[in-house]
Design a binder for this molecule. Structure first.
Ligand code: G6P
Length: 604
């Protein structure tokens, strides 16, 4: 998703911004651009495509200050003109923007009537013209007047040729951070503070129509009434390490292989004897009568598994809702509802919006997140960190298994509180949970078997992934991996539902990947496999070690180590991740940055 970056200071602004853009690449983008001020004029260079293309064609003179952007198209096609920065009619102002201006069409019409000429199809260009219209020498004032006209969300960085030593930033419901280090005499603005790449940086976050004037030695922040305010700063500690593939061909496969460790990290210190979360005082949970999990994409699949776990083990009514839908329901939420917002990035706009909505009902909110400094962690009542380390590949893998680990512990924590689990049962459950990292390692050690299967299945264009109970959301997650990076049509279905419609699609060119490791439903899924076979569809089964019967039905079989049903998603999903990875590799796809996708989706 779009990323903004800006730099003012004694280093070369162009190089710092390019390095910043490299850090924002992981978010997913389709165009890049950079602009700055040189000898009192705005200059810029922008390009559709990868950052490497922009770098190849860069012919900018030395800059005094610079802003930069990675674009993920919302309004207007992917082309050079629509890339950012966007300028006002006189070329005095340049703007980079993340977010969506919902009323841009009406504003554009009004501005056009007043004589403005537009050179792109974007909503962003409207902002540049609006600021220009209101500019009378003070850019904070102009920005303040301009954003009052905007409906929607935004993180903006603006420069003006008359103010060559100042960045101007404004945000509404879109993450925007300002980083500064007084000793170094420099300041930066970015949609992701991790892009700053500086040790010991002080960081402040803008929100709710706040505006900042940022120079290398001073930062002034104004609230929406244009009153100067002092903002709390956070210290971003210095262990910044640029992401590296560590000898792997892609970030995705590196992150898949990290899972035995990342799962251990999410369990660490939380399950010694009994389950504990120092982040959660018991009073916070005492009166909870129902749980609502919220998330998008992979995080929603983790939430679906968590809802099953909560119902079964903690005996608390629980449901998972896709965040973009949750917002528009008329939910029966009360102050006794715990809303658990699950998000790797902590910046997903739909998840944030749904959580904010739930707060209006007086619900307690808990974030389960991988990024400490994220908006979700800051805005929720309590937060649990995944400790999985930065996830760079757009396709989420290790964050998912860490989410599962934390959500499993959360279930057990509730079960303890509500006395739904005896110490003996808890002990046995935790034994199984602690064995999961080794089981995943076992799968990674046999990855070459999945690579062989991937070669066989790489040419198919359509797949059903099916499963029952815990294996249904697992199948959905594995199917999501395949479609994200291979661009094949892969859909997860509850195995029993196939015969109510989807089975009509099956034929010898339409394989089914069956996730069978849920023991309780073994017989039923065996029957479903027979139904699929009878339609001539190839069957690849992912089954656990003792499931003899499945092996005799399926055309191909991959065995995962045996565990209890509640924990069966871990190993099976890792098998699904590897299958997707190797199929995408066979098909020659751009695995870490699949087309059209973004890592951090900051628009609704
Ligand atoms: C994007 C990513 C997915 C991710 C989803 C939710 O669509 O491409 O991989 O699952 O956002 O992201 P979150 O950061 O909230 O988990």
């Amino acid at each position: 998703m779009c990323g903004v970056f800006g730099y003012v200071g004694k280093e070369d602004p162009l190089s710092v911004c390019l390095a910043g853009l490299e850090q924002l690449e992981y978010r997913g983008y389709d165009s890049t651009g950079i602009g700055g001020i040189c000898k009192g004029e705005i200059v810029f260079c922008k390009k559709a495509g990868k950052l490497s293309l922009l770098k190849q064609g860069l012919d900018l003179p030395p800059l005094e200050i610079a802003i930069a952007h990675t674009r993920w198209a919302t309004h207007g096609r992917v082309n050079d003109q629509n890339a950012h920065p966007h300028l006002d009619g006189s070329g005095a102002i340049a703007v980079v923007h993340n977010g969506i201006i919902e009323n841009y069409d009406a504003l554009r019409e009004d501005l056009r009537k007043e004589g403005a000429r537009f050179s792109s199809e974007t909503d962003t260009e409207v902002i540049a013209h609006l600021i220009s219209k209101h500019y009378q020498g003070d850019l904070v004032e102009a920005l303040h007047k301009a954003i009052a006209w905007l409906k929607g969300i935004f993180a903006l960085v603006v420069i003006h040729k008359n103010h060559p030593h100042e960045l101007y930033a404004a945000a509404r419901a879109c993450p925007l951070s300002v980083g500064f280090n007084d000793e170094r005499n420099e300041a930066m603005v970015s949609s992701d503070p991790n892009a700053f790449q500086r040790p010991r940086l002080n960081v402040l976050f803008l929100q709710s129509n706040e505006i900042a004037r940022v120079s290398s030695s001073r930062i002034d922040v104004y609230d929406q009434r244009l009153k100067k305010i002092s903002k709390k700063t956070e210290r971003l500690e210095g262990n910044f390490q640029p992401p590296a593939k560590g000898g792997f061909e892609h970030y995705m496969i590196k992150e898949i292989y990290e899972q035995p460790i990342t799962i251990q990290k999410s369990l660490f210190g939380r399950c010694n004897g009994e389950v504990q979360f120092e982040e959660l005082p018991p009073y916070f949970l005492n009166k909870i009568k129902q749980v609502w999990f919220l998330g998008c994409g992979t995080s929603a699949n983790a939430g679906r598994i968590a809802a099953l776990l909560f119902e079964e083990i903690a005996r608390i009514p629980a449901q998972c809702e896709i965040a973009s839908e949750a917002r528009y329901r008329t939910p029966l939420l009360t102050p006794e509802t715990l809303v658990v917002a699950i998000s790797q990035s902590g910046e997903t706009a739909d998840t944030l919006a749904a959580m904010r909505e739930a707060k209006k009902y007086g619900c307690k909110t808990l974030a389960i997140c991988n990024v400490k400094s994220s908006t979700l962690m800051r805005e929720s009542d309590a937060g649990i960190l995944l400790n999985a380390g930065p996830e760079i590949s757009v396709c989420s893998t290790k964050a998912f298994t860490s989410q599962l680990a934390v959500l499993t512990l959360l279930t057990l924590y509730f079960a303890q509180l509500k006395k739904q689990i005896s110490p003996k049962q808890l002990h046995s459950f935790l034994e199984h949970l602690r064995a999961i990292p080794a089981q995943i390692q076992q799968i990674l050690d046999t990855a070459s078997d999945l690579q062989k299967l991937a070669k066989k299945y790489a040419d198919y264009e359509h797949f059903f992934f099916m499963g029952r109970r815990y294996m249904f959301p697992t199948a959905c997650e594995a199917a999501l991996k395949l479609k994200e990076i291979s661009y094949v049509n892969a859909n997860g279905y509850p195995a029993g539902e196939l015969k109510h419609g989807p089975i009509a699609l099956l034929n010898p060119r339409f394989p089914v990947v069956a996730f069978c490791a849920n023991q309780q439903t073994e017989e039923k899924i065996s029957s479903n496999l027979m139904e699929v076979k009878a339609r001539g569809a190839p069957v690849l089964a992912i089954a656990s070690e003792p499931q003899e019967n499945i092996g005799s039905i399926a055309d191909d079989l991959f065995r995962v180590p045996h565990t209890i049903d509640e924990l069966s998603p871990f190993a099976s999903v890792v098998a699904g991740q590897l299958l997707a990875y190797y199929i995408a590799k066979e098909r020659g796809c751009d695995i870490d940055q699949p087309r059209n996708l973004a890592k951090s989706v900051t628009v609704e």
